[in-house]
Write a protein of this length. Structure first.
Length: 407
């Protein structure tokens, strides 16, 4: 019986202790910390944001020395004083504490933890640790084409080469699963991939990084000179799984430097002191067309130009030719290889301008040379001699008359 009474007494003492302890605990100050808001939302790598913590006293007593400490870890940091002493915080009261926090430029997209410690009185109780998720996003997730360079700059029909497309990650964070696709499928595009796919794959690119996507291509043999706009599609993802598509236009050029051959062809045998027509032939032996072709020749001491000095020809297609005729008079005192200064101007199909100066050569004979070579008969030589003398007299007289009239 005594044993039972002593057990009941002990149990009663224990219950009283437990109850008294709970009553003591309920009278202590107790803090609760939450994030009221942070701006901007979401935050971006390489930027600052403001965050407001709400501190509530949920205990039954007044907090004598309420304190909160910001403990930022990568990718966060702060220039503010991390320790904020609130002081007295009455029961069921609350207060806001603001910090300005920096996000590292190399922060990864997603949710990162921002750590704090707090206590109603650090001298009397242990600091409580807590963390809060901060949403990091890159608002300008994009990849842009910086430049395009082709080798060669202009493709001749049937020519092989490379197109180097430099792309840049303009976002602050890493982008991944990047695919650069050049669309050569259109029937109007005279280019085809050479050996490799028309898609270039990059696993990931850090913020601000550039990379070159190289495509091996060939111009079709029947390609016509011109500038061709090629659709370029870039797909990629950010670190939180969002997918993006960017569309660009790049240009490929079919063209090149024209290859012209020029010669002079007399329409008759030229002897010293005679007059006749010469034909300047322009042969386009290259793979690209030319246009706006103009031929100009100038007189010198050995011959005089009797017709217009400049003749417009127009367009000459690849593997075609055209000509311009000029009338000239050979000086009676000249024989041998006659040099004819000529200027040829034209444009390529892509409007690149060219001007070429050349000296054409044509053989001029004396009557005796022509007779000895069997180019003319003896009787023809006598007639030619007489004709030359008459022409020379008339020509000299005409020049004198023209000079007197001018004076």
């Amino acid at each position: 019986m005594k044993m039972k009474r002593s057990g009941v007494f002990a149990l009663a003492i224990f219950l009283i202790y437990i109850m008294s302890s709970g009553a003591y605990a309920s009278t202590e100050a107790s803090l609760s910390v939450s994030v009221a808001k942070y701006e901007p939302f979401p935050v971006e790598p390489g930027s600052y944001f403001d965050i407001w913590f709400k501190i509530d006293n949920i205990g039954m007593d007044t907090a004598k020395n309420a304190t909160i400490v910001l403990e930022p870890q990568f990718p966060f940091s702060t220039d503010d004083d991390a320790l904020t002493v609130i002081g007295i915080l009455n029961r069921l009261d609350s207060i806001m504490v603001k910090y300005r926090v920096n996000v590292d430029v190399n922060a990864v997209e997603g949710t990162s933890k921002l750590y704090v410690k707090y206590s109603s009185d650090p001298k009397m109780s242990v600091m409580v640790s807590d963390s809060f998720g901060i949403d990091i996003r890159t608002s300008d997730a994009d990849i842009n084409v910086v430049s395009i360079a082709t080798k060669p700059v202009q493709f001749l029909p049937g020519q092989k080469g490379d197109a180097d497309i430099v792309i840049k990650n303009t976002a602050d964070s890493t982008l991944k699963n990047i695919k650069v696709t050049m669309d050569l499928s259109s029937a109007t595009v005279p280019f085809a991939p050479l050996g490799k796919s028309t898609t270039y794959i990059i696993n990931n690119m850090a913020g601000g990084e550039e990379e070159t996507a190289t495509f091996e291509i060939i111009a079709t043999p029947e390609a016509i000179s011109g500038i061709y706009k090629i659709p370029l599609t870039i797909t990629f993802s950010d670190n939180v799984g969002n997918d993006y598509t960017s569309s660009e236009i790049v240009s490929l050029i079919v063209g090149g430097t024209p290859d012209l051959l020029v010669n002079v062809e007399p329409e008759k045998l030229f002897l010293s002191g005679t007059t006749g027509d010469i034909r300047v032939n322009i042969i386009n032996k290259g793979l690209v067309d030319v246009k706006y072709v103009t031929v100009k020749i100038e007189s010198d001491d050995d011959f005089e130009l009797l017709s217009n000095d400049e003749i417009y020809i127009g367009n000459i297609d690849s593997d075609d030719f055209d000509s311009a005729s000029f009338s000239i008079h050979i000086s009676p005192s000249f024989s041998g290889d006659l040099s004819i200064p000529m200027t040829l101007t034209y444009m390529s199909a892509n409007n690149d301008a060219f001007e070429v100066d050349e000296t054409l050569e044509m053989r001029v004979y004396t009557a005796s040379e022509a007779q000895s070579l069997g180019l003319i008969s003896k009787s023809s030589a006598s007639t030619i001699y007489a004709a030359i003398v008459i022409v020379a007299v008339v020509y000299i007289g005409y020049r004198k008359y023209k000079k007197r009239k001018k004076d």
